[in-house]
Write a protein that binds this ligand. Structure first.
Ligand code: ADQ
Length: 469
């Protein structure tokens, strides 16, 4: 069996036995333990001088963590700069927020070169390399120019935008050529896959051989472009469904769940859980909740909305701005609607462990997930898995989350349409038990079939069969 080498921006060594690690980290770790291998990436530490010249290696059985500290300038240009101020807003269709800057673009390229320099000497000829996410698009090509002939795969955790959007980036052709240096490209959905195929067909003038190739959901697309042949497929990421189901059962009886229940005093709960990111549609979501109280005033003092949103990427100005906007908006709505014994929006800028969250999800009558754009959105899937099958809550889900393609039995909404979202909340709050049970059972069928293990295995199996030329 070949070794697996996973590369991601951050390496997240997992404290075994703790429930804090995300599903992705656990899944990647399971794959690495099975085959043995390396998890390579940034350590999370920024140093004042140059980026680390030799990775720090920590052995854990058959698995080695290899991490790099990044120098301040490299970190600013690569991570805060091109990755999070150019690619992130671009891939989420927020063209007004896209920074076009040669300096950060070069920094991004340079850091990918540094990653390749440090990683190439660690590779064995038969290794499979699985690179994750938009921070590391050029890494495959950088490895190829250093003579690496190994099977190289890439998985994009964000949406892949339509060609007309991608073209806002001055070096869009370089980025797509760099993607073609991999043997296997994974996207979340058929929509992302189609956007990529359209770019290849109409912009790169490459060949797109549509269906029938084994791999991913619905079969892969064979691409011939930039002198290379590769396979591109949709692999919708998922969650550890069984684990969350059992976690939620016990978490429902935990102290935190109890305190939440007491504090609600018989009121119903709507829950939102997101990183504080402008892609998640939080201001529109707050407005939709306000709209619910205006259109259906019977919910005043009968429903509470708990929004958990820990800050992220706090060095990026747009994230400071969205935080300020949400504080003001929640303050304004609460000031207007609150009663002496009820606050409509409970807005929290902190995160909770997986177990506590599972208990909160289970108590909520509505899971409100309304990103303006999202690659997949795992919170939507987690909310469903944590419900009590005998009395499940209702998922209200944005049509612009990748998850909406799989979770068709949710109440699917347009997050820009605050009146429409308010109507969906009303429908969810008044939905009969039988309908809630039917929808939940259908959603769970999907989540049991495609859990995180199925996702990881289908990707790794497709990479094992590379090259596709
Ligand atoms: P994110 O944008 O971070 O992920 P999401 O898919 O929802 O979004 O995953 C977030 C994870 O963090 C979930 O497991 C969630 O439980 C956890 N989390 C979020 N808020 C939390 C909080 N307040 N406290 C504790 N935990 C919290 C990116 C892409 C997504 C894609 C994933 C995986 O943007 O579209 O689904 O990667 O590919």
């Amino acid at each position: 069996m070949s070794r697996l080498v996973v590369v991601s921006n951050r390496v997240a060594p997992i404290d075994e036995g703790k429930q804090t690690a995300g599903g992705l980290a656990v899944a990647v770790l399971a794959a690495l333990k099975k085959s043995g291998g390396i998890w390579f990436g940034w350590s999370g530490t920024v140093v004042e001088d140059e980026s680390q010249s030799e990775p720090t290696r920590t052995d854990a059985g058959r698995l080695t963590y290899a991490t790099l500290d990044l120098g301040r300038r490299d970190f600013e240009e690569y991570y805060n700069g091109f990755a999070n101020q150019t690619l992130w807003p671009l891939f989420h269709y927020r063209l007004g927020l896209v920074s076009v800057d040669r300096r950060t673009r070069e920094g991004y390229q340079r850091v990918n070169g540094i990653f390749a320099d440090r990683l190439a000497p660690l590779l064995h000829p038969d290794d499979m390399v699985w690179v994750h996410d938009y921070h590391l698009i050029p890494l495959g090509e950088e490895l190829r120019t250093r003579g690496c002939g190994q099977r190289l795969g890439f998985f994009l955790h964000t949406p892949f935008p339509a060609p007309e959007v991608l073209k806002v980036l001055p070096n869009h052709a370089d980025l797509v050529r760099q993607l073609c240096a991999y043997d296997l490209l994974g996207f979340h959905t058929e929509v992302d896959l189609r956007c990529f195929a359209n770019y290849i067909r109409y912009e790169a003038r490459g060949e797109v051989d549509e269906r029938g190739h084994d791999g991913g959901q619905g079969g892969g697309i064979r691409i011939r472009a930039f002198g290379r042949t590769l396979l591109a497929c949709a692999f919708p990421i998922s969650i550890d469904t069984a684990n969350l189901e059992s976690l939620a059962q016990t978490a429902a009886r935990s102290r935190h769940a109890e305190r939440l229940r007491e504090s609600l005093a018989g009121r119903r709960l709507i829950i939102g859980v997101d990183r504080l990111d402008y892609s998640k549609g939080l201001p529109k979501r707050f407005e939709a909740f306000q709209q619910l109280m205006e259109t259906y005033p019977e919910h005043c003092n009968r429903v509470s909305f708990l929004q958990i949103a820990p800050p992220s990427r706090e060095d990026v100005p747009e994230y400071i701005a969205i935080r300020r906007e949400l504080s003001e908006l929640s303050g304004r709505i609460n000031g207007h609607f609150a009663e002496f014994d009820w606050v409509p929006i409970r807005y929290l800028n902190k995160s909770f462990g997986r177990r506590i969250l599972a208990g909160f999800y289970r108590q909520a009558h509505i899971g409100l997930v309304t990103p303006l754009r999202d690659g997949m959105n795992l919170v939507a899937k987690e909310y469903v898995a944590c419900q009590d099958p005998g009395n499940p809550g209702v998922l209200v889900l944005s049509e612009f989350a990748g998850a909406a393609l799989e979770l068709a039995q949710a109440l699917i909404v347009n997050p820009y349409d605050t009146e429409g979202v308010a109507d969906a909340l009303q429908r969810g709050l008044t939905m009969p038990l039988e309908e809630r049970k039917e929808r939940h059972a259908a959603l769970m069928g999907t989540l049991r079939r495609n859990d995180i293990t199925a996702w990881r295995e289908s990707y790794v199996n497709a990479l094992t069969r590379a090259p596709y030329s």
